[in-house]
Ligand binder design. Structure first.
Ligand code: F6R
Length: 610
């Protein structure tokens, strides 16, 4: 949440910052702002709303300078307004700061500074930090020392970039808990909260670690801890291209990412599926290879869509591997003082690898002795770094706020892990080979499922009139129902609930009235007959049933109002195909209602606040 960018180089900083902010906009779009230094003066522009608004204000009133910082905000403390937009300044007006994260002890800092006579201009926690730095600077005249002192005082998380008109050739940055990388270019530096804003300028980067400060100037990069201990930084090559972060001709990122799924899954499985020998090869688990046969419990956790994938994983770990598995919301797990038994494998699920609740839950279960794995998309993210081992999704950056390709990849990785663990316990070579072969066909089957788009487009004009929908599924497809409902809610603002189909009659059936859309996942597995009965129950209350069914099913058309067919597969893998029409359904409903699918209101990608 919140994107930050900083630049020091030889061209117009505001151009570089604006382009960077556009690439980071998926992290928040409540307001945007930037500050540059020119002729020894700070020049600040801020605007409410997306980066386009800031661009407009810069067109009217441009700023010059070859050093600067920028920010795109997802509001935590203080409503979206120009006053609360970053950059924030200290009382002297010489220091400007952009910040991603949360300063937890902001009120005590504010009170202390107010007692010292400092006036505040915003409701943000960030202003407390810059005012504190300015306060120390006013006393010592040493900016670096003042920055370190202030960072020692604050509790919470920060990724920051700072400029000061007294130091017109120096860019300061630091992090704790919020990601920050420094890109090294031929002429200087581009820093950002994620690589998307850096990739256009360089692929040579270094990642700041917690409680590190980087001071960038024409003299070079100087890194220390916040206690002034020098740190040696390793330069790494960014594994990301400009094409990965562009739209490549698509209307928006969500559409691009939905369509990418056959290819992203193929990429993710490359080298990990040994079809010839019917084996799974997960290189990321080598470090804990010897323990894999001995885990007696699995604990899966994550938030939102990642939690839905974990629920599917729970089902697969029990059915394929025969290991008792619990699935928890990371946000609950971290506060429930969990009982971690011996030989527990804990798996943190996160696309971004930065979700604050998931990271905190990971630290909690690690402390209590679990072996911790990460199933993460963002290479080098905090969760990836803090786990004992893990499997990367390798689906490329997911920029659309609603998670799509990461979800299918998470489900596929969990299937592979469950299959691998199962082979070490109770699956025969033939059973394992069966799953491996079926997994190998998934990219084609997902491509086929994507062809349901036209049919779905023809339904949404009617369906989108309804403000309440239900999604029903059973077994491994119950989490798919939850995921379908979440996608619809977050991008089209229609209220939707996902339920286990049989639970409907224990209360929610009271909601069903004439024409209410009820999306039912009714694939031909062992629950099929029961799901048909549930459909009848909906129809008796005049609900409108949209069934997701298996190609070749001749019975379903008799009970459902609409049938969307997906290719047949083994039950364990069915979520990979049933999810696809639900993604289209949410996407086209949202478009029909005129919603911005990439920037749904109140949301942002990567929830780094608790
Ligand atoms: C929904 C969505 C969110 C995320 C959740 C966890 O479409 O994207 O529910 O799944 O915020 O994010 P990660 O996976 O980055 O930890």
């Amino acid at each position: 949440m919140c994107g930050i960018v900083g630049y020091l180089g030889a061209t117009n900083a505001s151009d570089v910052l604006l382009t960077g902010l556009k690439r980071l906009e998926y992290r928040g779009y409540d307001s945007a702002g930037l500050a540059t230094i020119h002729d020894g003066q700070l020049h600040v522009r801020r605007a409410v709303g997306p980066v386009d608004q800031l661009q407009e204000s810069l067109t009217k009133s441009p700023v010059r300078g070859e050093i600067g910082i920028g920010h795109t905000r997802w509001a935590t403390h203080g409503q979206p307004s120009e006053q609360n937009a970053h950059p924030h300044m200290d009382a002297s007006g010489r220091i400007a700061l952009v910040h991603n994260g949360v300063i937890e002890n902001h009120s005590s800092i504010r009170n202390f500074l107010a007692d010292e006579g400092i006036q505040f201009h915003s409701q943000t926690d960030t202003e407390c930090l810059v005012q504190l730095i300015g306060f120390f600077y006013g006393r010592s005249g040493d900016l670096r020392e003042s920055l370190e002192l202030a960072l020692q005082e604050v509790r919470g998380t920060f990724g920051i970039a700072l400029v000061c008109s007294d130091h017109p050739e120096t860019l300061f940055s630091a992090r704790r808990g919020s990601p920050l990388l420094v890109g090294i270019t031929a002429e200087g530096y581009v820093i950002a909260s994620d690589p998307h804003a850096v990739v256009a300028h360089t692929s040579d980067v270094t990642y700041l670690e917690d409680d590190e400060v980087a001071v960038l100037s024409p003299a070079g990069l100087e890194a220390t801890t916040i206690h002034s201990v020098a740190v040696e930084k390793r330069i790494e090559v960014l594994d990301l291209s400009l094409a990965d972060v562009g739209l490549s001709g698509h209307a928006n990122y969500m559409e691009k990412e939905i369509r990418e799924q056959p290819e992203s899954l193929r990429e993710m499985m490359r080298g990990r599926l040994d079809v010839t020998n019917g084996r799974i090869v997960l290189g990321g688990l080598t470090e804990i290879e010897r323990d894999l046969a001995h885990f007696q419990r699995v604990l899966l956790f994550g938030c939102g869509t990642a939690w839905h994938a974990a629920l599917i994983g729970g089902y697969l770990f029990e059915t394929l591997a025969g290991i008792p598995t619990t699935v928890q919301y990371a946000s609950e797990l971290r506060y429930r003082n969990p009982l971690i038994e011996e030989n527990t494998l804990a798996v943190a699920m996160s696309q971004s690898g930065e979700t604050a609740d998931t990271l905190a839950a990971l630290r909690e279960v690690k402390l209590k002795g679990a072996t911790c794995l990460g199933i993460v998309n963002t290479v080098g993210s905090s969760i990836a770094l803090e786990t004992d081992a893990g499997v990367y999704l390798h689906v490329g950056p997911e920029i659309g706020v609603a998670s799509t390709k990461a979800f299918t990849a998470q489900v596929a990785v969990l299937t592979m892990m469950a299959c691998d663990l199962g082979r070490r316990r109770r699956l025969s070579p033939e059973q394992t080979a069966n799953v491996v072969h079926e997994l190998a066909t998934m990219p084609e089957k997902i491509a086929e499922a994507l062809e349901t788009e036209k049919q779905i487009q023809s339904l949404v004009a009617d369906l989108s009139q309804h403000d309440n929908w239900l999604y029903l599924g059973r077994g491994v497809n119950f989490p798919v129902a939850l995921e379908g409902a979440l996608k619809l809610k977050e991008i089209s603002y229609i209220h939707a609930e996902g339920l286990p189909a049989a639970e409907m009659k224990h209360g929610p059936i009271a909601l069903i009235d004439k024409g209410m859309p009820v999306v039912v996942i009714a694939v031909q597995d062992h629950t099929y007959e029961k799901v048909l009965s549930n459909i009848e129950e909906v129809r008796s209350r005049k609900g409108r049933v949209i069934a997701i069914a298996t190609q070749g099913d001749t019975q379903i058309g008799e009970v459902a109002d609409e049938v969307i067919f997906v290719p047949p597969t083994i039950p364990a893998l069915s979520p990979l195909v049933t999810t696809i029409p639900l993604q289209w359904l949410a996407y086209h409903t949202a478009l029909h209602r005129g919603c911005n699918v990439d920037k749904p209101r109140n949301l942002a990608k990567s929830v780094t606040v608790e």
